[in-house]
Ligand binder design. Structure first.
Ligand SMILES: C[S@@+](CC[C@H](N)C(=O)[O-])C[C@H]1O[C@@H](n2cnc3c(N)ncnc32)[C@H](O)[C@@H]1O
Length: 246
């Protein structure tokens, strides 16, 4: 269901932290925050798609001033309700275009959220918007999956990723358009409920071109927040682009 809050309205926000519990594990959060705090240095950070504050709150607790952008008031209400939430400034808007009158030493977009922008133009706009917010020498960090097309035999469109007695989930891919969706069928009180979120999958090299269009250059690409090398077998990447210092 989509409303003014996008795909993260009240129904999703209400149990986002519980349904994404594996991403809230302290070891996962700490690894992410360690790297972002190091990149922020003494400067402020901008989180695109700040959500309920999974990363922003612990990063702010390390002393890094964090500003967020998010479409969803329902998600941001959850952030506000948490300890420290009222100290984080949030701009409600589309992170591909929304402006904040401040410059940042690091901007970050984690947990596949770049794929919530469902057109190439919007993803390009996002890079350009980030570049406009970065101080000289500032960094843009993206964490996103590698498209799982190697799991698609010819003629197949769907990749299942969860199968249990009461819940089935699968991604669909359209290699012609790079449109993708994540689909969930859940049994609730004996009835099947279906939900679907659209995405646009994007390749690492394509992101590098978007960065180049925005005047940024690739500085690092790792398999994970622990800085393991990115290889042909990596399922995701953490990439860092830099705005030239002059
Ligand atoms: C998967 S959640 C990630 C939240 C948080 N960054 C985290 O790691 O838990 C994606 C968030 O991005 C927001 N979002 C998606 N597309 C957006 C857009 N175009 N502009 C602003 N926010 C957007 C959603 O409302 C949601 O809060």
């Amino acid at each position: 269901m989509i409303d003014d809050d996008g795909y993260f309205g009240e129904n999703v926000a209400a149990d986002y932290d519980e349904s994404e519990a594996s991403e809230f594990r302290p070891d996962v959060v700490d690894r992410t925050v360690d790297l972002l705090a190091e990149l922020a240095g003494d400067g402020p950070a901008l989180e695109l798609g700040i959500g309920t504050g999974r990363i922003a709150l612990p990063l702010a607790a390390r002393g890094v001033p964090v500003h967020g952008i998010d479409l969803s008031r329902a998600m941001v209400d959850r952030l506000r309700a948490k300890p420290g939430g009222d100290a984080i400034d949030v701009t409600i808007g589309d992170f591909a275009t929304a402006r904040v009158e401040k410059s940042f030493s690091v901007a970050y977009l984690v947990f596949n959220t770049i794929m919530n922008l469902t057109t190439q133009d919007a993803q390009v706009d996002c890079f350009s918007n980030v570049a406009a917010h970065l101080a000289p020498g500032g960094r843009f960090v993206v964490e996103v999956m590698v498209p799982q097309l190697r799991r698609l035999p010819a003629g197949q469109q769907a990749v299942p990723f969860h199968i249990s007695d009461t819940r089935w989930a699968f991604d669909t891919y359209d290699p012609a358009t790079q449109a993708m969706s994540s689909n969930y069928v859940t049994i609730v009180d004996g009835r099947a409920e279906h939900s679907s979120i659209p995405f646009r999958y994007v390749w690492p090299a394509e992101l590098d071109l978007m960065a180049r269009l925005a005047g940024l250059r690739l500085r690092d690409r790792w398999e994970d927040w622990t800085r393991e090398p990115f290889t042909g077998e990596s399922g995701k990447h953490v990439s860092v682009w830099e705005k030239p210092a002059d």
